[in-house]
Design a protein around this ligand. Sequence first.
Ligand SMILES: Nc1ncnc2c1ncn2[C@@H]1O[C@H](COP(=O)(O)OP(=O)(O)OP(=O)(O)O)[C@@H](O)[C@H]1O
Ligand SMILES: [Mg+2]
Length: 276
Amino acid sequence: MQNVVGIDAGGTLTKLVYIDDNQELQFKIFPSNNLLLVKEWIEENPQIEEIGLTGGRTEQLLNVLKTMKSIQYIVEFEATIKGVRYLLEQEGLNVEKSIITNIGTGTSIHFMDGNEHIRVGGTGVGGGTLTGLSSIMTGVSEFNEIIEKSLLGSRESIDLFVKDIFQGMEAPIEGHLTASNFGKVSILKDMDHSVNDLLSTIQALVGEVITTLSIQYAEQKNTEHIIFIGSTLAENNHLKNVIGNYTKLKKRNPIFLNNCGFSGAIGALLNKMSER
Ligand SMILES: Nc1ncnc2c1ncn2[C@@H]1O[C@H](COP(=O)(O)OP(=O)(O)OP(=O)(O)O)[C@@H](O)[C@H]1O
Ligand SMILES: [Mg+2]
């Protein structure tokens, strides 16, 4: 491997990327509540001399690493955009102007236009909300289990759809849209809801809040594309479907990138390498 790594120490996960002997990017994930594991991994790879670093837990990681290696910090938002540009190029996508929605522990929303970029907003509803609500409501706290089970569930007996309200008459908006997330629970009282159904509905709640907000920014900025990134989307087809379908319905183009959780770490790596 090369002697440089990029690290994004996030609220929940610490992402690390490096380039192997075949010149290919390699990806690793550590839980941010045990940063000692990052230190151990770095010590196991003594050829590492340089570290590009970003993310809200940068200071905490530096306190654990206590390293003499050459470190270059880059603010998270700059790193993310650098990483997104790299991933777009890798996938042969030519997107100049876009909303970028980063679904991490919380959700941060950016606007990129050529070389310009600004943070436009965000919401506390994100991946932490997905795992937190899932854990409290169903006892399922493991991310992979949440995404597997949610795929098997149905929202029909929990969410209230527009068509459920406007029965027998023409609805003002499309009938399959959600009128109220979890809104059927208090109307159809005393129903039992399966774990799979609850997980499916929690995913939709999180996805719809994030999409609604992202679409508003896309409209405000007159932007066709919305790039959705963050580890919350990793292998998470249910969430991607909710977000993708709703975005398309609103006549915007949803873009999901491979390695969607690693844009910050890639940006930190590129930034460190460009310093040479
Ligand atoms: N292996 C995993 N363990 C825990 N959560 C995971 C895992 N894989 C994906 N996730 C999901 O990804 C979310 C974290 O995403 P991400 O790594 O992009 O955020 P972060 O960088 O840690 O947070 P922030 O950017 O808000 O500081 C978790 O809240 C969870 O929903
Ligand atoms: Mg992050």
